[in-house]
Design a protein around this ligand. Structure first.
Ligand SMILES: Nc1nc2c(ncn2[C@@H]2O[C@H](COP(=O)(O)OP(=O)(O)OP(=O)(O)O)[C@@H](O)[C@H]2O)c(=O)[nH]1
Ligand SMILES: C[S@@+](CC[C@H](N)C(=O)[O-])C[C@H]1O[C@@H](n2cnc3c(N)ncnc32)[C@H](O)[C@@H]1O
Ligand code: SF4
Ligand code: SF4
Length: 323
């Protein structure tokens, strides 16, 4: 079992397979970075898998593949199959913008993927294009349908940004409710890579939008395996809000992150990281295990977004870290 320096059990590994992306979301990567990580610096799937095996052997129960846009990296279904074949009872999931799903969904399911979280910020084509800075909505909706048809369990992620898609909250919720998908609204996490001036809705503002149509909803006891706080409408439908600005958000943190370059990141807010690249490339499994334990020992207690009234801005890029 993996325990961090604050006594929290860590059983969730997020693996970013690429920092590249085919969208330029305003809250994440509004402009193409000055340079991408050169291909030779990326860990191969075989090397990423060596680390995942270490992590699973040490107690990781949930593995999520993310990015950048993970579906841009060729052979993702084969990578997923490697993990599935190693331990098929792992909660094996993917986070994607959905654009490449129309072709990929069935292959991912066949490879052993169990769940998929797809970003959908608006059902208005112009608004969706404004956020992603590309005409995306029609293809993303086809991608969501393809994932549904393939039998993948779907969650939708939506980041409401003031003045852009903040009035779309109810429409996205109703779409998900009708389709039987779980929706989570994510508070925008201030970071230096987002578009200047971007401001998100906070949890209370999101709830206000929901209550315009659904007056009564109750808080659901927090399931600490997921970052979302769920709320239940009178008809039983549950929606989530990811509230990283709340003081106690991090108290149940069960996550660590591995980037495509082989950096192990203890917290989404901070720059701290340790590389496992040399260890896995040299097949030094004991060394990789020691680095994992060291990163957990030093995992911060909480982020700084929660500093009241004056939110701090993180310098960590979400597209590199995997969100
Ligand atoms: N601050 C913070 N935000 C997180 C953390 N984990 C997830 N998030 C935010 O929630 C977003 C959605 O996460 P997903 O990739 O869908 O994964 P998840 O919410 O863990 O998924 P489930 O396993 O389905 O609950 C991330 O991109 C982040 O924006 C975390 O540890 N800290
Ligand atoms: C970094 S993306 C990677 C996976 C994929 N490209 C996608 O968009 O789903 C993972 C998640 O991070 C969220 N995200 C990105 N930047 C964010 C920010 N500044 N604040 C909150 N969530 C953010 C996205 O909405 C998405 O749900
Ligand atoms: S949120 Fe996802 S889709 Fe949007 S730019 Fe970031 S990595 Fe790409
Ligand atoms: S901000 Fe850091 S400590 Fe808090 S939940 Fe996210 S990764 Fe964990």
């Amino acid at each position: 079992m993996l325990i961090d320096g604050f006594g929290r059990k860590v059983d969730y590994l997020r693996v970013s397979v690429t920092e590249r992306c085919n969208f330029r979301c305003q809250y994440c990567m509004p402009e193409k970075p000055f340079s991408w990580v050169p291909k030779e610096n990326l860990l191969s799937y075989e090397d990423l898998f060596k680390f995942i095996k270490v992590a699973i052997d040490e107690g990781i129960k949930k593995v999520r593949i993310t990015g950048g846009e993970p579906l841009l990296r060729e052979g993702l279904d084969e990578f997923i199959k490697m993990v599935y074949d190693y331990k098929n009872d792992i909660d094996l999931a993917l986070t994607t913008n959905g654009f490449l799903l129309p072709k990929a969904a069935q292959k991912l399911k066949d490879a052993g993927l169990k769940r998929i979280n797809i970003s959908l910020d608006s059902l208005n084509p112009a608004t969706a294009s404004k956020i992603a800075q590309k005409n995306v909505l029609e293809t993303v909706l086809k991608g969501i349908q393809a994932a549904d048809d393939a039998g993948l369990k779907i969650k939708i992620n939506c980041v409401p940004i003031k003045g852009i898609n903040d009035e779309d909250v109810l429409e996205v919720l109703d779409f998900c409710k009708e389709k039987g998908y779980t929706v989570r609204f994510i508070e925008f996490m201030e970071n230096h890579h987002a578009k200047d001036g971007a401001k998100g809705l906070n949890s209370d503002e999101i709830k206000q939008r929901v209550s315009k149509k659904y007056e009564n909803f109750e808080i659901v006891p927090r399931d600490t395996s997921s970052p979302a706080q769920y709320y239940k409408l009178e008809d039983g439908y549950e929606f989530g809000i990811i509230e990283p600005h709340k003081d106690d958000f991090c108290s149940a943190c069960n996550r660590i992150r591995l980037t495509a370059e082989g950096y192990l990141i203890p917290c989404l807010y901070f720059e701290d990281a340790m590389s496992i690249k040399d260890a896995v490339r040299a097949n030094k499994i004991d060394e990789a295990t020691a680095i994992l334990k060291k990163v957990l020992e030093d995992k911060p207690e909480k982020n700084k977004w929660s500093v009241k009234d004056d939110n701090e801005v993180s310098s960590r890029a979400f597209y590199q870290t995997g969100g």
